[in-house]
Design a protein around this ligand. Structure first.
Ligand SMILES: [Zn+2]
Length: 214
């Protein structure tokens, strides 16, 4: 029952590990192991200040494997929001899949279940949602859900050479690559400014010209 989605909120879905906090092979199991990616929390705040709501979508199979419990996961997400608040940012919600791959659920990325839940919760058309993550799985999730896919070439993918990255991106046509979450935020905000200016038929000020970015 979607009514007037011209008023629908501006929504960005963020991956967690490797996007907001540093990825760990052995899972972030406690608050002490939560280490923000440099600049990432500031980028979320910048998006929020520009009117974008930010929601996290993360696979947490450590729950299903018994490596951490719900109390610990909640504590980690509360801590993440505290750190964000210090930068002036906020996650509107944290959606997670607690299952292991073997459980065959519908919410584990790259399946679109979590993203569909988010779209329903916030009443937002999936095609209007920008989804950003640090792994091929995040791109595939965005693709499966019909969102706009963005990739952060951070620590997890920084080791890929251009050819490897190109072959990865060939799997998800239309995906945009950014050096950091900050670069993603900047590009989204500038793109919106340009399209608003275009809609008004205005010329852009020189400091917002595409060539001046980054
Ligand atoms: Zn699941």
């Amino acid at each position: 029952m979607r009514s007037d989605h011209s008023h629908s909120m501006k929504l960005v879905i963020l991956g967690r590990d490797g996007t907001l906090n540093e990825y760990r092979d052995d899972h972030v199991k406690s608050v002490d192991e939560l280490v923000p990616v440099p600049g990432a929390l500031e980028a979320v705040a910048r998006l929020n200040h520009a009117g974008w709501h930010t929601v996290m979508a993360t696979n947490q199979p450590g729950i299903g494997r018994g490596l951490l419990d719900m109390v610990s996961l909640n504590a980690i997400h509360i801590r993440l929001n505290q750190l964000l608040a210090e930068k002036g940012g906020r996650l509107a919600a944290a959606f997670f899949c607690p299952h292991t791959p073997e459980e065959g659920c519908e919410c584990r990325k790259p399946l679109p279940g979590l993203v569909q839940q988010i779209g329903e919760r916030f009443g937002v058309e999936l095609s209007s949602i920008h989804m950003v993550g640090a792994s091929l799985r995040d791109l595939q999730t965005a693709q499966a859900a019909g969102c706009v896919p963005h990739l952060i070439r951070g620590a997890r993918l920084g080791a890929l050479d251009d050819e490897q990255l190109a072959s990865l991106l060939a799997l998800v046509p239309g995906a945009k690559v950014h050096a950091s979450l900050g670069a993603f935020a900047e590009s989204l905000i500038q793109k919106e400014r340009r399209s608003k200016a275009d809609a008004r038929g205005e010329a852009l000020a020189p400091d917002t010209a595409p060539g001046a970015l980054n």
